[in-house]
Design a protein around this ligand. Structure first.
Ligand SMILES: Nc1ncnc2c1ncn2[C@@H]1O[C@H](COP(=O)(O)OP(=O)(O)OP(=O)(O)O)[C@@H](O)[C@H]1O
Ligand SMILES: [Mg+2]
Length: 603
């Protein structure tokens, strides 16, 4: 029930327009009765059953028609019939246009609202959520599933009300014409219901499979495009093509099955209706011969019955439509109800920069509840303005540590403190605004280099160029035909790794944060630019608390503190000189690299 309330809350902003839509539909139904009634009278004039009374109530001109029927004036009757048909057709066309406009407008806005809400929500979810999701699958939900909300609220819901109304009105009109024939014709309902029951379960299963397959295809596509370099470098195109063909073929067979099931159901329904009408015609003729019904009524009864069957069928099916829509809602609500793992305390305060020190205290961390600890018992302190270097083998947990400092994740136990306060005491936005990151991989958005560098910050070109100069990338950008307006392209494919990294450094310089994180910041630079970058970073790191992660140990000589991580544990700490003097993993790593610089290292 609360789910229904929630679903309809999306329609609330549009209740005015939806009511108008409903009014159009209801008026259309009432109007459709007029030509039927007039044509019944017309048939009675033709068959000369003059004593028959008009099917229209007096306030709709029934009295006038009664006069014409008894006079037997066929040409006047024809004029009236045509007139009423044209009138009703015109008014209904107008109503339908209005209805279609409202339908399109409300539908599009509903989709807009839900997509917007979903996107806003997803942007806030923590990284943990994204590790477990496939991008393509998320995209499929935002693009495809959202459509079902719209159809649920517009066609299904409004359709339900209008169909109930139509069924009641038409049933009343049928009864009004002849109750015996009406009851007799209701015999057609049980086989119709049975037919729906028989097929719908199968149809629903096939369409659910179709939706799931579609999400799978979407994932596959996203992956194929994002990973095109890997695919081509390993000449895996044929394998990927075959994979796609396999998925697409499953969609084909599901599509065919859905169409065949639908058509089969339609054919059975048509047979039931045909058999039914034959029976009704036979019974109607009997009633007429017994003088219980006039031919006009038999004729009108038929037309009305056909009008009755459509909405009746929809009502029989409504359950299925609702069930299908609810399944889609569940998928969407499941996303909307997901809370970010990293949350802000209600009493969180703005972070104003480091005054004294950053401390990791007895920190343990795991990426998932099932997985093992990635960081164990990490404790250390770094003073304001100092530089800490994190070194250690690949997978040791270096990047994870700086992720915790940015609160992309929260520790399992223990804490990260700044000036003695838990990171969780600060608002997320203020904390992250004060941290600049140059990452292992630089993501560039499909936007100009200028926008990529200032990334939403309101700074002028002069400041940007000052930053790019400091990051030794200005000359390169300016030499481009379109300079700072050059579009970086998806994933910045048009820039080299080193150039991308320098863009990231420029971004960090521009942000001017008190805390700086450099994750392998100089890894994709040649030694010439590395020296320049070292100079730039040296300037950048002055008076900032900096965390640098580096594989090349020569780059951490200047650090105030070197932390050596191995398999999630802090195994050594000290200055470069101290660590070199001590016997331990740092010296071994150092010796390996030293050997490596004289010749190829042997694994
Ligand atoms: N999103 C994640 N989900 C689960 N496990 C992860 C995730 N990211 C990293 N890990 C695991 O955590 C461990 C530490 O990873 P981390 O990225 O911190 O290593 P690193 O020291 O930065 O290595 P590298 O020098 O290669 O960058 C690894 O064993 C890795 O498999
Ligand atoms: Mg790393």
């Amino acid at each position: 029930m609360s789910k229904l309330v929630r679903i309809f809350s999306y329609a609330m902003p549009y209740k005015g327009r939806m009511s108008l839509m409903l009014a159009c539909m209801l008026a259309g139904i009432l109007l459709s009765l007029l030509p039927v009634a007039v044509s019944a009278d017309f048939v009675n004039v033709l068959t000369g059953e003059g004593e028959a009374l008009s099917k229209l109530p007096p306030w709709l001109g029934g009295e006038v028609l009664n006069g014409i029927i008894s006079s037997g004036d066929t040409s006047l009757m024809i004029t009236l019939l045509i007139g009423s048909m044209v009138f009703v057709a015109l008014v209904r066309a107008g109503l339908s246009l209005l209805q279609a406009y409202l339908f399109g407008k409300v539908g599009a806005m509903l989709i807009f609202d839900v997509r917007q809400q979903l996107f806003d929500h997803l942007q806030q979810l923590s990284l943990k959520f994204y590790h477990r999701r496939e991008t393509g699958e998320l995209m499929s939900r935002i693009l495809n599933d959202v459509g079902t909300i719209q159809s649920m609220l517009t066609s299904t819901f409004l359709g339900f009300i209008t169909n109930i109304f139509a069924v009641v009105v038409f049933f009343w009109a049928l009864l009004h014409m002849n109750w015996r024939l009406t009851l007799f014709s209701m015999l057609i309902l049980p086989p119709m219901i049975l037919n729906v029951r028989l097929f719908n379960f199968r149809i629903r299963r096939v369409s659910r499979l179709g939706m799931e397959k579609m999400a799978e295809v979407s994932s596959y596509l996203q992956e194929s495009f994002a990973g095109i370099r890997v695919v081509q470098s390993f000449t895996g195109e044929e394998r990927r093509k075959k994979g796609f063909r396999g998925l697409a073929r499953q969609l084909v067979s599901l599509g065919v099955r859905a169409v065949m099931l639908g058509s089969l159901q339609g054919q059975v329904a048509a047979l039931v209706v045909t058999a039914g009408t034959a029976g009704i015609l036979w019974y109607g003729a009997r009633l007429q011969s017994q003088g219980l019904m006039d031919w006009g009524s038999v004729f009108a009864f038929f037309v009305l019955l056909m009008m009755f069957i459509g909405p009746m069928t929809s009502l029989i099916q409504i359950n299925v439509q609702i069930q299908g829509a609810l399944a889609a809602f569940d998928r969407i609500f499941e996303l909307l109800d997901r809370k970010p793992e990293v949350t802000e305390r209600r009493d969180a305060v703005d972070f104003e920069g480091v005054q004294r020190a950053i401390t990791f205290r007895d920190l343990n961390f795991a990426y998932s509840d099932e997985g093992g600890l990635v960081l164990r018992d990490i404790s250390f302190t770094v003073g304001r303005g100092e530089t800490v270097a994190l070194v250690g083998p690949s997978g040791a947990g270096k990047s994870t540590m700086v992720n915790l400092l940015c609160r992309f994740y929260d520790p399992k136990s223990g804490r990260v403190e700044i000036d003695g306060r838990d990171l969780r005491a600060f608002t997320l936005g203020s904390l992250r605004r004060n941290i600049g990151i140059v990452d292992q991989e630089t993501f560039l958005f499909n936007d100009s280099l200028l926008e990529n560098i200032r990334f939403g910050r309101d700074v002028g070109l002069a400041e940007v160029t000052a930053a790019t100069r400091a990051a030794y990338i200005h000359d390169y950008i300016e030499a481009l035909p379109e300079g700072y307006d050059t579009v970086a392209g998806e994933r910045g494919v048009s820039l080299s790794g080193g150039q991308r990294q320098r863009i990231a450094i420029a971004r960090a310089i521009l942000k001017n944060p008190p805390i700086l994180i450099l994750d392998e910041a100089t890894s994709s630079l040649d030694s010439q630019s590395e020296r320049y970058i070292q100079l730039a970073l040296g300037k950048l790191m002055a008076d900032r608390t900096a965390f640098i992660i580096a594989h090349r140990l020569s780059t951490v000589q200047q650090a105030d503190l070197v932390l050596v991580l191995d398999q999630g544990r802090l195994v050594q700490s000290g200055t470069y000189g101290e660590l070199l003097a001590a016997d331990g993993i740092f010296r071994r790593l150092h010796e390996e690299q030293f050997r490596g610089s004289n010749g190829p290292a042997v694994d």
